[in-house]
Design a protein around this ligand. Structure first.
Ligand code: FAD
Ligand code: E0Q
Length: 450
């Protein structure tokens, strides 16, 4: 079978997959719609960052890139919650500094992956957009972004790492129904910037993911190595204000931040200009029944399963996909078997993280001042301390371990039921019957295997 594999998309998943497969000796050709970010400068110089957790870190480890990426990353120990009155509290993500997540610069990470893939022998073709495919003939159709010229290349095996708006997915759907459903969230996002202070330092605590939860909407901020922060405002698209539709001009924007984010506003000197210049991003969950066409084509990453960003797992999951596919392919070249097995194993996990990411948005809102919720988080921590390796908070299974997402979801539900059972009717942790909780844990939770 062919040792030539064509990847659509040189984003996060495409570049990592190209590295792994080129190292196996496959002839990897990658076609990317945009220009080379290492030449053109990424996103017009904007810093967009992402939270990297254990699943993504493990994939980088497998690719030999962990140290290079960590050198550019900023550690985040927990959520720094900003109340409306300006009070702040740090809710640690893990037990200690061994359980943290990392803020990484999307463009810089992408460049690191592109360099690694090229060094491994993968070939990149930038400004080349996939526009169609003939799977029977094993051909891909491309269009050059600069000249508009069309061309056709040999593509006996095609992998779609071309993101949520995947062109390969559309081409596959024309041949066989994929069972595609897109569920819009109804909320969008806008990226803003907190620059460094005049003396060059971070304006707010660098080692945290900042959250300004406000019920149905929120801001977050992740640190950048250059001592700025990228702020993201999540807001309903329309309906009752505040919503994007009701923000008609710079005064509305200033009024919203003055009222709901008063401690953030002074750190956003370019708020109105950023707001006018940056687009509103859209959010939603994409689910498919079918990710592959026999041995001819496969989708992975956001092209197969775009999710809402509230667990910070989209890239992490896409990277885990790459490692799984590489391991399944091994040195066999049996694409048909590997693609079918990839779909069988990964789909339950992709479905589970999609659900958990949606649920985490509710959790963000409950951070506002929901006392019963905050008590349950305390009880969860207490049970986790009493049953290490058995009662592991769901957030930790998702973020600090590689427990399959589907297992994390099921165990998380059992655990939350135990917490709820013993916390019900209590208002303080001292009133909670933890010994009863211990008995329920022993009865209902086998030790965690991974
Ligand atoms: P992409 O990164 O979207 O890459 C797709 C690539 O394909 C792009 O380079 C694109 O130009 C190219 N392409 C598109 N169409 C074509 C075509 N027709 N032909 C050729 N090339 C094409 N994830 C985390 O893990 N942690 C986070 O903290 C986090 N925060 C997020 C915050 C927000 C606001 C959003 C929206 C997402 C966040 N994510 C996060 C999710 C993460 O961004 C995605 O899951 C991840 O980028 C998916 O990688 P990918 O390679 O599948 O797709
Ligand atoms: C993380 C890390 C965009 C984004 C990314 C994230 C997280 C959140 C809220 C958001 C989840 C959390 N989280 O703090 O529970 O852990 O990546 Cl909005």
């Amino acid at each position: 079978m062919s040792d030539r594999i064509v990847i659509a998309g040189a984003g996060l998943a495409g570049a990592l997959l190209a590295t792994l497969l080129a190292r196996r000796g496959l002839r990897v050709e990658v076609f990317e719609r945009r220009p080379d970010p290492r030449v053109a400068g990424h996103e017009g110089g904007r810093s967009i960052n992402l939270a990297l957790a254990e699943r993504g870190m493990n994939a980088l480890r497998v690719a030999g890139l962990e140290r290079a990426v960590l050198a550019q990353a900023v550690m985040m120990r927990g959520r720094m919650v900003h109340d409306l009155d300006g009070a702040t509290h740090l809710l640690r993500y893990g037990r200690d500094d061994g359980e943290v997540i990392w803020s990484v610069h999307r463009g810089r990470l992408n460049a690191t992956l592109l360099d690694a893939a090229q060094a491994a022998g993968a070939r990149f073709h930038f400004d080349q957009r996939l526009v169609g495919a003939d799977f029977e003939a094993g051909l891909a159709r491309l269009q050059c972004g600069r000249t508009g010229d069309a061309c056709v290349v040999e593509a006996p095996v095609l992998v779609g790492a071309d993101g949520a708006g995947s062109a390969l997915r559309a081409a596959m759907a024309a041949v066989r129904p994929l069972g595609e459903r897109f569920e819009p969230l109804g909320h969008g996002y806008k990226e803003l910037e907190i620059p460094p202070a005049a003396d060059g330092r971070f304006r707010i605590e660098p080692h945290a993911l900042h959250i300004w939860p406000r019920g149905g909407y929120m801001c977050i901020a992740l640190p950048n190595a250059e001592r700025s922060f990228t702020v993201t405002l999540f807001l309903p698209n329309d309906g009752a204000p505040p919503c994007f539709a009701a923000l008609r001009g710079p005064d509305d924007v200033a009024a919203l931040f003055g009222r709901d984010f008063p401690d953030l506003l002074p750190h956003l000197p370019d708020l109105q200009a950023d707001f006018a210049a940056h687009p509103v991003g859209s959010l939603g969950t994409l689910r498919l029944d079918t990710w592959h066409l026999d041995g001819a084509a496969l989708l992975l990453g956001d092209a197969a399963h775009a999710i809402v960003p509230f667990h910070g797992q989209g890239m992490n999951c896409a990277f885990e996909d790459c490692v799984a596919l590489d391991a399944l392919l091994g040195d066999s070249r049996d694409y048909r078997a590997a693609f079918a097995e990839f779909e069988r194993r990964r789909k339950p996990d992709a479905d589970a993280i999609a659900d958990m990411a949606l649920e985490n948005y509710i959790e963000m809102r409950d951070l506002v001042d929901d006392a019963p919720f905050l008590l349950r988080k305390q009880v969860e921590r207490a049970l986790a301390d009493r049953h290490p390796g058995v009662f592991v908070p769901r957030y930790s299974m998702v973020t600090f371990r590689r427990t399959p997402y589907a297992v994390a979801k099921v165990r998380g539900a059992v655990q939350w039921d135990i917490v709820d059972t013993i916390a019900r009717g209590c208002s303080r942790i001292e009133d909670v019957d933890l010994a009863f909780g211990d008995a329920l844990v022993r009865e209902r939770l086998p030790p965690l295997a991974d």
